[in-house]
Design a binder for this molecule. Structure first.
Ligand code: CAO
Length: 416
């Protein structure tokens, strides 16, 4: 059976992480993604953080699998001519250049529409059109700061903190993929393309929705009962950083397990869900807490929550994080070991599900990457190696109708 997006041709003008994460996803699901790169250098991530000399860096290979690579200098007349042909034949153009770069190249939305009225032009920018920061170039951590993640992450006595997760980059790419698929669906009904734009600030904010919830609750009543600052600490007029507190109605925290003194990840995340209170008390050897009105509701526990966590940590002190979770899972307690990247890389279940895959690469050797996090009952997602720079240039140009002589001429003129 074919892949669902087979037949969709995508001009992939993306670089670094936000855009490539989007187009990689579409390539996995069958789209023909042609990565357009500057001759000679290509996507900057090919050479950033290399660990094997002369081979593409993992930064590139892990974000550009299943694509084809076309080198093209779109600032030359020949390069522009090739791009025009490509636009006429494609369904989607995806870009994440700095603001205005596509227009400066001569490919405004008006011009693209003229060339192909069915074209979907999908863009990532740091801030949305019309925003007072719309001219800014943006990277991951800038977006985390602008979208509300940094001010609400970390501990109350430390500075704003960025997450290790790519909330600004890959997350924005995922939002853009949803936008592209939505626009393709609409085009099936109307025949018309459209512009799809996602800003990194908006994508981070979309994941920080609950913090905007909290700001409004704080404005109304002056405190937030699920934060560690309640009831003994102080609240100002802005949502504070809550450390490792659970964001919903169930208190939780990162708790030490056996070996924490030497292993930086000998911890579990422990959540106290209301219905599990009785089994938690039994597991801890504290049956007297089960019916004690000082303990038996979430509200009653709140002012003693860190003493309760300390009791749980005491119980955990002779158990590894894996042993602890194996006991707690029997009591239906939402919990997980804190896993290092080394543990994740070796995880048997993640390998079996295709969430971590091994990919052969002609220059880099076999490397690990993250496979499709979305699983389909009727499709197996195969992760193929990322293309070498310009690997498919001649093939793509021939598909566009250029003769071997014309292609050789373009090479000689360094247009490709
Ligand atoms: N041929 C010729 N020129 C090309 C080309 C090609 N194939 N591909 C790119 N270029 C040119 C662009 O036209 C642009 O030229 P001008 O500025 O002269 O018009 C130039 O390369 C630089 O593009 P840029 O502004 O995108 O690159 P940068 O390295 O200065 O900035 C980044 C990088 C990421 C900060 C910026 O692209 C950006 O803000 N993008 C939007 C937000 C985003 O996606 N950020 C996330 C990146 S993932 O961490």
């Amino acid at each position: 059976m074919g892949k669902p997006l087979e037949g969709i041709k995508i001009i992939d003008f993306t670089h670094v992480q936000a855009g490539p994460a989007c187009t990689q996803l579409l390539a996995w699901y069958g789209a023909d993604v042609i990565k357009v790169e500057r001759p000679g250098s290509g996507d900057v991530t090919r050479s950033q953080l290399r660990h094997v000399e002369d081979a593409d860096a993992l930064y590139f290979t892990m974000l550009n699998s299943n694509k084809r690579s076309l080198t093209l200098d779109t600032k030359t007349a020949q390069g522009k001519e090739v791009l025009e042909r490509l636009i006429r034949e494609s369904d989607v153009l995806v870009e994440n250049f700095g603001p205005g770069a596509l227009d400066r190249m001569g490919f405004t939305w008006e011009r693209i529409k003229e060339l192909n009225p069915g074209m979907i032009v999908a863009s990532v920018k740091g801030f949305s059109d019309g925003h007072h920061y719309q001219d800014l170039k943006v990277y991951e951590n800038v977006a985390q700061c602008a979208g509300g993640a940094a001010s609400t992450t970390g501990f109350w006595d430390g500075p704003p903190t960025v997450s290790g997760a790519a909330l600004g980059d890959s997350n924005t790419g995922m939002h853009l993929a949803i936008g592209i698929l939505t626009a393709l669906h609409q085009r099936n009904q109307t025949g018309k393309g459209q512009k799809v734009a996602v800003s990194m600030q908006d994508s981070v904010l979309n994941l920080c929705r609950v913090k905007l919830r909290d700001q409004q609750r704080l404005d109304a009543i002056g405190y937030l009962e699920e934060y560690p600052q309640y009831p003994h600490g102080e609240f100002s007029d802005v949502v504070p950083r809550g450390g490792n507190a659970g964001g919903g109605g169930q208190p939780g925290w990162v708790l030490k397990c056996k070996g924490w003194e030497t292993d930086p990840n000998a911890y579990i995340y422990f959540t106290i869900q209301g219905h599990a209170w009785e089994p938690i008390c039994r597991a801890l050897g504290k049956p007297e807490w089960i019916d004690d009105p000082e303990y038996n509701t979430a509200r009653a526990r709140q002012d003693k929550i860190f003493d309760i966590f300390a009791t749980i940590e005491n119980w955990l002190s002779d158990k590894t994080k894996y042993e602890a979770v194996d006991i707690l899972r029997k009591f239906d307690i939402p919990c997980s070991p804190v896993l290092s990247m080394k543990e994740i890389a070796a995880d048997k279940s993640l390998r079996e599900s295709g969430s971590i895959v091994e990919v052969p690469h002609p220059k880099l050797g076999t490397y690990l990457t993250v496979g499709s996090p979305i699983k389909f009952s009727d499709m197996t997602v195969e992760v193929k190696p990322s293309p070498l720079l310009g690997e498919h240039t001649d093939e793509v140009l021939a598909d566009l109708g250029y003769t071997a002589e014309q292609i050789a001429e373009m090479h000689a003129a360094r247009a490709v």
